[in-house]
Design a protein around this ligand. Structure first.
Ligand SMILES: C[S@@+](CC[C@H](N)C(=O)[O-])C[C@H]1O[C@@H](n2cnc3c(N)ncnc32)[C@H](O)[C@@H]1O
Length: 183
């Protein structure tokens, strides 16, 4: 597995590579993707290649990050928006939602709100790929029950969960990779 160097202005999760590995064992035909909190866009091109689709959307609340993501990514749609208020027509359905190191410090209320919003743009069997960074403030590290409850209450079933811990000269990435499926 390749890992990229962390620079001063990013906290890169490496989620695209975790998704790639997961899809090798669990092939799935994805068509439209929403990357929530796409940040500087490190994962967008890789995800577009993986799902071979031109329907890849990245949203982030930081305009600054999106400007940089725009330079890095091709054929993806970037929008400045927040996960709990998505700027899409409700006819659009995403079969893959990605959130790499975005939800780590969210409380239960926020998670519920965000999952409710995201769920209205997904359909049966859509998949939600997430990583949680195990930093000190990560509320899930202490107790993952609120998150699991919020997922279950919004109709998502966790189908895969693994801890990962990579620290070398190129990267620190340390946390939990989780895949949920909409039922
Ligand atoms: C640590 S970076 C992760 C970047 C990338 N997802 C990755 O996997 O490396 C977290 C990003 O999430 C964005 N973010 C945080 N809360 C958000 C929200 N509610 N909606 C959209 N973006 C959000 C931040 O602006 C930041 O760019």
């Amino acid at each position: 597995m390749r890992w990229r160097r962390i620079t001063w202005d990013t906290n890169f999760s490496g989620i695209d590579e975790l998704i790639e590995e997961f899809l090798m064992d669990n092939p799935y035909d994805h068509h439209a993707c929403l990357d929530i909190g796409c940040g500087l866009g490190y994962s967008l091109d890789k995800i577009r290649e993986l799902i071979n689709s031109d329907q890849v959307y990245g949203i982030d609340t930081s305009r600054k990050a999106l400007v940089k993501a725009k330079d890095k990514s091709s054929n993806v749609t970037l929008i400045c928006a927040s996960a709990e208020c998505l700027p899409f027509n409700d006819k659009i359905k995403f079969d893959i939602i990605v959130a790499g190191h975005v939800l780590d410090s969210s409380d239960e209320e926020y998670l519920k709100e965000m999952l409710h919003e995201v769920s209205s743009y997904t359909s049966l069997k859509s998949r939600f790929y997430m990583t949680f960074d195990w930093h000190e403030a990560c509320s899930l590290k202490q107790n993952s029950a609120p998150f699991r409850n919020a997922l279950a209450n919004s109709g998502w079933e966790v189908i895969h969960q693994e801890s990962y811990d990579k620290a070398n000269e190129y990267l620190f990435a340390h946390g939990l990779f989780c895949v949920a499926e909409k039922n």
